[in-house]
Design a binder for this molecule. Structure first.
Ligand SMILES: [Zn+2]
Ligand SMILES: [Zn+2]
Length: 255
């Protein structure tokens, strides 16, 4: 499709961009299409990938899920809290490729948080040592030994179905999904990629390796069922990030 020649789609008229125009990055990937009146359309930003609870999963199920036992590389040592030295609780693993448009990364972002003395270990903070996040590669195919003491696992291993909603942001996507499906609010367990919706102010972590802002991978709700849910202060959200070039990951939550 040559630049300038319009075509119809999704109820609008589109045209291909010239090479110069394609260098527009809204933080969600390069925008390859513009509306004919050249208002940069929020085409890419309008697809919000929400995570829907899809029933109980096997504790060692591959791909994106909450709870269960993490899939890890050989020799992985279960993380311990820097504050209290207790074994952390595994919260979720997320397929990086599922979260990031255009990525073919085999990686899994894996999130742990100390719950041995809730509120005392700085478990909401990305640098306190009260939580840990990892990006594992294609060799993350084993289940590690779960420590015998401490709060290590959630009560349920939950399968996650990803649904793409044409919406402005995560909040609108949740509302639209609820309206369209009549589903339960608690069944929306998070969003993959896109833009984080902060409960408080923007706390995008900086990579410890390259000092650049990290890439948003996942926003997690506490869970579909309060009994087996993660503890983000009672109704808060967790946020997972990674730095692709450095292989680092970070986690924080806000309530
Ligand atoms: Zn601790
Ligand atoms: Zn980095």
């Amino acid at each position: 499709m040559p630049a300038g020649e319009p075509w119809a789609g999704r109820g609008r008229t589109w045209r291909a961009l010239s090479a110069a125009e394609q260098c527009v990055d809204l933080g969600v990937g390069t925008i390859f299409r513009a509306h004919t009146d050249f208002v940069i359309d929020r085409y890419a930003a309008r697809v919000v990938k929400i995570m829907i609870y899809a029933g109980t999963a096997a504790p060692d199920a591959p791909g994106t899920r909450t709870g269960g036992i993490p899939l890890t590389p050989p020799g992985f040592e279960w993380p311990r809290c820097r504050r209290c030295a207790g074994a952390m609780q595994f919260l979720a693993q997320v397929s990086v490729a599922e979260a990031e448009a255009g990525s073919d990364s085999p990686g899994l972002l894996s999130v742990f948080m100390c719950q041995n003395d809730p509120g005392m270990c700085g478990d909401w903070d990305p640098t306190s040592g009260g939580n840990r996040a990892f990006v594992f590669g294609a060799d993350a195919a084993q289940t590690p030994t779960v420590p015998g003491e401490g709060v290590t696992l959630l009560g349920e291993s939950c399968a996650v179905r990803v649904e793409e909603v044409d919406a402005e942001d995560y909040v609108e996507a949740q509302e639209l999904w609820l309206q369209e499906t009549g589903g339960r609010e608690l069944d929306v367990v998070g969003q993959l990629g896109g833009r984080p919706m902060w409960v408080q102010s923007d706390e995008t972590p900086t990579c410890g390796g390259c000092a650049r802002p990290m890439t948003f991978v996942v926003q997690l709700q506490e869970g579909h069922d309060t009994q087996n849910a993660a503890n983000f202060g009672g109704g808060g959200c967790g946020y997972g990030f990674r730095c692709g070039p450095c292989g680092n990951a970070a986690f924080l939550w806000q309530g």
